[in-house]
Design a protein around this ligand. Sequence first.
Ligand SMILES: Nc1ncnc2c1ncn2[C@@H]1O[C@H](COP(=O)(O)OP(=O)(O)OP(=O)(O)O)[C@@H](O)[C@H]1O
Ligand SMILES: [Mg+2]
Length: 324
Amino acid sequence: MSLIEIKDLKVHYPIRTGFWNRITDSVRAVDGITFNIEAGETYGLVGESGSGKSTTGKSVVGLEKVTSGSILYKGQDITKADNRRKLDYNRDVQMIFQDSLSSLNPRKRIEDIIAEPLRNFEHLSKDDEKLRVLQLLDIVGLDADALYKYPHQFSGGQRQRIGVARAVATNPKLIIADEPVSALDLSVQAQVLNFMKKIQREFGISYLFISHDLGVVRHMCNNIAIMNRGRLVEIGTRDDIYNHPLHIYTKRLLAAIPETNVNQREAHRASRLAVEKVYQEQQSKYYDDDGEAYPLVQITKTHAVALPQALAQQLATQEGEVQA
Ligand SMILES: Nc1ncnc2c1ncn2[C@@H]1O[C@H](COP(=O)(O)OP(=O)(O)OP(=O)(O)O)[C@@H](O)[C@H]1O
Ligand SMILES: [Mg+2]
């Protein structure tokens, strides 16, 4: 059994208009997505801004009301609050938020911020609690004097590490990491990612790693889902996604990874323009008449793409992939 099984999940937000404030339409932020997260793995969820990644992440921690579909943990549907309570779900699944400054209470000291989940779930003595908070600061590479400071007294990278410390405080099984490094400089990004990997090795945590950048996800994730306007357009292993991408949207995201090697910049620009040209010319092949992504079809045991069967097969053959 997978650690988490997400089945046909939908989250629609009502749009209200007019004098009577009636519901006239809805934003289909998440529109029928299905994927599993295995114990101990880092699963990547990647897509452009507004594709529904944070909404998915918040649904998985139980912070968002789900319109339909299910999220199974230990075989039980945690979209129901009763099951979350019964399974200690809120302790086992934690979240690192996209924006570290607004997600850490500015009026609380770091000691209280990190101790908060411990106070909710562990009921330690004052001394044991302090010891545990000090351990957690040490794990994420911050000094003990951080205890008495406030969030604004730290840099973005340090704040993100405080978010990591708080998230691991209760020894969770899964952490939803929503763009954990997007606001940071490249050098600091690597530091925080390394901490996250180290913690994963030590504690056997799974991550749902959310990002808009396939470059960041590459060295973190074994399996990746590509999200486009509320739907998944491609799912695969790292090798499937980076070496045999099939959907034009995935190819565009790959072409958008910044090139750091100066000598390669011109070639990189040319390939980006070529992908963009294919996208403009052939878009209608990749989406249905309403501009929606197609249902996923399985190409190999690990690789699925949202295309009509015939086109998927044709592209897979060109890529040298064969039907399993
Ligand atoms: N509370 C809400 N009410 C109405 N619409 C919402 C709400 N939250 C999100 N949306 C809409 O749902 C869609 C998906 O939003 P979401 O925040 O999940 O995207 P995202 O992929 O995380 O984007 P980003 O990369 O910018 O963080 C967007 O169109 C957004 O405007
Ligand atoms: Mg988001």
